[in-house]
Design a binder for this molecule. Structure first.
Ligand code: SF4
Ligand code: SF4
Length: 326
């Protein structure tokens, strides 16, 4: 009984502390194996090559489905959501390519990790130095969305994203695995997508089916993770240079998205200034200087140039055409 009270008290205190650190939500899950049905669905997705060229997903399958291979002492996982939606008025250059909203500011891996480390430091001070933690922000072989779902932070939507009923989808997930037992939250079993299928209808490449993403067709994958020299012939890309937000933009649960309080997610000034011509003439030194802490580094200048070549080749963009005639 005393242990339960202790676990509940610290679970509440940790959630309060996480919110004080600027996270919009915090939930807790117990570290228990995933169900055979969940694992099978993941295996099937890999089998169907839904993960495209992301071989590391296959290679780390065992780790993803059981985090105790990585952190054997893990008892609980503290899951946080970080809102990256900034005010609609602060926009990128209107005559430049589109970039997924999460990549307009400083890299979220850095932004979230810094605050998860602060949370762990606080736990060590308040609970005891014996508390150990292991953080993961979309860069380690763990199943981020499943943990966040287990921690009650949203439902797994048809778009395959995690939707929080008050915050929508414009958030990133941070995880802190800890060696202490904390009272877990209940997963959100209700699916509030209902009969909606806007994301599936709006996806320009047909990458989405309900609850299934074929990364081989997804603009986000192709512009960020794909390492080939040329992009597949697919003229319906609109102006996306890095990532794609279409399935989020059409989602009705994002109507009420509220601006973040995290300054690092505001768009980099350089992105607000660069039009098509600036992008087409981007030099290595400028890229290094201005995008050192930006998610665009993931694609690198080589990847950015490759996508620019693709967009120019198809010349199906209003913005690019305008840049050429102005
Ligand atoms: S990110 Fe774009 S391409 Fe990928 S599934 Fe969503 S709408 Fe389709
Ligand atoms: S657009 Fe509709 S179907 Fe797609 S994730 Fe949002 S609510 Fe669900």
């Amino acid at each position: 009984m005393l242990t339960v009270l202790w676990s509940q008290m610290w679970a509440n205190a940790i959630k309060l502390r996480a919110r004080a650190l600027g996270f919009i939500e915090c939930g807790i899950a117990s570290v228990e194996p995933f169900t055979s049905e969940e694992i099978e669905r993941f295996r099937q997705w890999l089998h169907n090559h839904g993960h495209a060229g992301m071989r590391y997903m296959e290679e780390t399958f065992d780790l993803r489905v059981d985090v105790r291979h990585l952190f054997p002492e893990a008892r609980s996982v503290i899951c946080v959501l970080d809102n990256y939606f900034y005010a609609r008025s602060a926009r990128l250059h209107p005559r430049g390519p589109k970039i997924a909203r999460y990549a307009h500011g400083i890299d979220y891996h850095r932004v979230v990790t810094i605050r998860l480390k602060k949370l762990l430091r606080w736990m060590k001070q308040e609970i005891g130095e014996w508390v150990e933690g292991w953080h993961a922000v979309d860069s380690k072989p763990v199943w981020d969305r499943m943990w966040a779902w287990r921690a009650g932070l949203g439902w797994r939507a048809k778009s395959t994203m995690l939707i929080h009923p008050r915050w929508g989808t414009y958030h990133v997930i941070g995880l802190l695995f800890v060696n202490i037992p904390l009272v877990p939250d209940a997963p959100m079993r209700q699916d509030y997508c209902g009969r909606c299928h806007r994301c599936i209808d709006a996806c320009p490449t047909g990458a989405l089916q309900p609850y299934y993403l074929d990364a081989r067709k997804c603009i986000s994958y192709l512009t960020i993770e794909y390492r080939g020299d040329d992009l597949p012939e697919e003229p319906r890309w609109s102006d996306w240079l890095f990532g794609c937000d279409i399935c989020q933009e059409v989602c009705p649960w994002n109507r009420f998205a509220r601006p973040t309080s995290v300054a690092e997610y505001q768009p980099l000034p350089i992105l607000q200034q660069m039009d098509w011509n600036d992008w087409l003439n981007l030099r290595r030194g400028t890229f290094r200087r201005h995008f050192r802490y930006s998610p665009l580094r993931r694609a690198g200048l080589k990847g950015v140039r490759r996508t620019l070549r693709h967009l120019v080749k198809h010349q199906n963009t209003y913005s690019y055409a305008t840049a050429q005639t102005s």
